[in-house]
Design a protein around this ligand. Structure first.
Ligand code: GTP
Ligand code: SPV
Ligand code: MN
Length: 594
């Protein structure tokens, strides 16, 4: 039976939108179609509905006004990279690092799961903008979903509702997204991208990165594909402005893999020894970057909220995040306390005497289980962040002085080094590696290649992606300088040496001084490294000697092994790997051996 558009009247005459929604509603056999307008009134109504049907719980409204609590199924708490596909006609276009399915096969396979899956459920139409309203740099998406949890999250993470339909008007240029919980069975769970059709279908999950389609699906996988065609970059990067004591602000963008410190760096609070500095948050996860008329690289955060890692967030590690999530925040898979507030491992103060944990089970500090899942998250409006940059909604974006790559490496990678030039910098990004985290299902703590932190998010052939980066460099008059950092290097006792968090500003200061060519550096086989006297160590408890050996030391044997390990990854890329990257590796090898 063809379901008619019921519930509320369609607020658009856009024929393509209407035809497509009618077809999807028929496929899913939904009971009704509800168009989200994004208003406060609607939020109140949908929140009440979500509480009534058990999709979310209300938290203590005195202590946590506007806050909600949600639990996803135990088998549905992280991105599923093994079930995430790029569906292009030619397998080569997805490349060797992505799962690939033929588009026709994917539509067929997922249609069978979607078919009839919304019987007795409402289909919510969520029109949304990724980018700054009114900017020519925007992408518009419409996500159809049977999950109120998704609707409530999307209204925080994107500019959602009427505003997006108005901006779309009669254009046919929008990302067609379909999401259904179906039966939340992980054997019938797929996250499929059809970049040639500007389409995303995800089914069988209700976890953030799999289902909040504006984020990883549109703003990275589809957008990176478009960026390659249109000459811009969609990156897994935080963006922040660093204001020095003279009041000058310089912007950096940093690509670290999931759960490796982007949100923390974006909201950094300067240490006591760096009075007069201030960090302004522009974005914590995604950067869209274009070359401006001045030949510089300009970055915009296309999101409107933060979907941040909860465990470890406290007043010392990230006070700005703590202030941001006091109200209007959705907490997913954390522990719920008796008083209707939330808790997670690594929060301030003592653990609560009891609570209900992320699995929905009674919990005490003696429990073997964790209170909060290691990938539990908060969803909060970016505008609530005390350090939000006055420029964060500037449609032009902010000019980037330095690009920073980094990962979790217990050994090998020093605290910081600088690429000799853009091409060498692209090589550093291309050969990035990091220990895996709980942000995706699978083993945690295994070193894997994660080029530019985009392994799970690049919507096309990784070799072509490197080539695109190389070409972008040639087009810029004033390209950002490129750096590599590692906050996670351990000593022989297995302890992380660098204090991290706010103290990372000491490294950012060096990076910006280098980017502006204000100070010299030591030329080493792997890149430019700091003269230790150029990094402010006051108050870190680290001596210059310790700093040099434990954080800057280069172990030749380890680096030679690293080059070998890179070759394994290069082999996978085959002929799509640009010669320039191979050449950079060759000259590194020569430098290591002389
Ligand atoms: P995604 O949202 O998954 O993309 O993660 P992210 O890159 O934004 O990572 P986030 O800032 O949330 O940090 C993830 C984890 O790394 C948290 O448990 C932090 O406590 C920890 N972390 C962040 N910065 C540092 C640091 O400078 N040093 C150390 N040791 N840990 C850090
Ligand atoms: C990440 O995993 O990089 C995240 C969280 O930012 S998710 O939205 O789940 O992708
Ligand atoms: Mn991320």
């Amino acid at each position: 039976m063809i379901a008619s558009i019921t519930g509320f009247k369609a607020p658009t005459k856009n024929k393509m939108v209407l035809d497509w929604i009618r077809a999807m509603a028929a496929l899913c056999e939904t009971d009704g179609v509800y168009w989200c307008d994004g208003s406060e009134r609607e939020k109140t109504i949908l929140t009440r509905q979500a509480i009534e049907n058990g999709e979310v719980e209300e938290l203590n409204q005195e202590k946590s006004p506007g806050c909600l609590y949600a639990r996803s199924k135990e088998n549905d708490v992280a991105r599923v990279e093994g079930l995430t596909y790029i569906c292009t006609k030619d397998k080569k276009d997805a490349g060797p690092t992505n799962n690939w399915m033929d588009p026709q096969e994917a539509y067929k396979k997922l249609s069978e799961i979607f078919h009839g899956s919304m019987k007795g459920r409402t289909m919510y139409v969520v029109p949304y903008i990724m980018g700054i309203p009114g900017s020519s740099f925007n992408k518009i998406g419409i996500e159809l979903t049977d999950s109120l949890y998704v609707v409530l999250n999307m209204r925080i993470m994107t500019r959602m509702g009427k505003i997006a339909l108005d901006e779309l008007a009669n254009s046919t240029n929008f990302t067609k997204g379909l999401h259904g919980k179906a039966d939340l069975d992980d054997h019938r769970r797929f996250i499929c991208h059809f970049p040639e059709d500007n389409t995303i279908w995800s089914v069988g999950s209700n976890y953030g990165g799999n289902v909040l389609q504006g984020k990883k699906c549109l703003a990275l996988r589809i957008a990176s594909w478009l960026g390659n065609k249109e000459g811009w970059l969609a990156e897994h990067m935080m963006i922040a402005g660093i204001e020095n004591p003279k009041g000058e602000i310089r912007y950096v963008a940093a690509a670290f893999p999931s759960q490796c410190g982007k949100t923390n760096l974006a909201m950094l609070v300067p240490p006591d020894s760096m009075k007069g500095y201030k960090v302004w948050t522009v974005g914590d996860d995604i950067a869209w970057m274009r070359i401006g008329e001045d030949g510089r690289l300009w970055a915009v955060n296309p999101e409107a909220g933060f979907f941040g890692v909860a465990p470890g967030t406290n007043m010392k590690s990230n006070p700005n995040a703590i202030a941001t999530i006091r109200k209007n925040t959705i907490f997913t898979n954390v522990l719920k306390k008796k008083d209707g507030t939330v808790w997670w491992e690594g929060m301030d103060g003592e653990p609560p005497a009891e609570g209900i944990n992320w699995k929905g089970k009674p919990w005490t500090p003696a429990s073997a289980d964790k209170g909060a899942h290691p990938n539990s998250r908060f969803t909060a409006p970016a505008r609530q962040c005390p350090s939000i940059s006055p420029e964060w909604e500037n449609p032009k974006g902010v000019p980037i002085s330095a690009i920073i790559f980094g990962g979790r490496r217990a050994t090998l990678a020093p605290l910081v080094y600088q690429a000799f030039n853009w091409q060498h910098g692209v090589y550093l990004g291309a050969t990035m590696a990091s220990e895996t985290t709980a942000a995706a299902t699978g083993k945690v703590g295994v070193v894997r290649r994660d080029p530019m932190a985009m392994l799970p998010f690049c919507g096309y052939n990784m070799g072509d992606y490197f080539r695109h980066w190389l070409e972008m460099g040639k087009k810029m008059k004033n390209s950002p300088k490129i750096f590599h950092v590692n906050w996670f290097r351990k000593d022989s006792d297995g302890k992380i040496v660098w204090p991290g968090f706010g103290e990372n500003l000491r490294v950012l200061e060096w990076i910006l001084n280098r980017a502006e060519e204000k100070i010299g550096a030591v030329r080493t086989s792997i890149g430019f490294m700091p003269d230790p006297r150029d990094i402010n160590l006051e108050g870190t408890g680290l001596s210059i000697a310790e700093f040099e050996t434990k954080l800057l030391g280069i172990d030749q044997k380890e680096w030679l092994d690293e080059v070998e390990a890179q070759n394994e990854f290069f082999k996978k890329l085959g002929s799509s790997l640009p010669d320039e990257i191979k050449k950079e590796q060759q000259t590194l090898l020569e430098r290591l051996l002389t």
